[in-house]
Design a protein around this ligand. Sequence first.
Ligand code: FES
Length: 103
Amino acid sequence: MADWVKVATVEDCPPGEFRALAAGRERIVLCNVDGDFHALQDRCSHEDLPLSNGDLEGTEFLCIHHGARFDVCTGRALCLPALRPVSVYDVEIRDGDVYVRAG
Ligand code: FES
């Protein structure tokens, strides 16, 4: 069972921005979409390169390496060359801190 891990404060990641962070043993990309936080595994499903080299565009995360896009809410691959989703993690806000459930 994965544990909840504090990864940041709400102020660390303003709306429209993202941060590459550690959550336990996982590397994650924490995204703030209009005040809603989402966490993706920091590894593209296309060639296992870091997603965090790319950019957050609305509710989509662009992998800069070959142009794949992922839905930050679900992890679903939205275009080629990625065919598989990336993992997403549960996020909770507690007293201004951001917690992610990751193993
Ligand atoms: S490694 Fe992300 S699109 Fe190729």
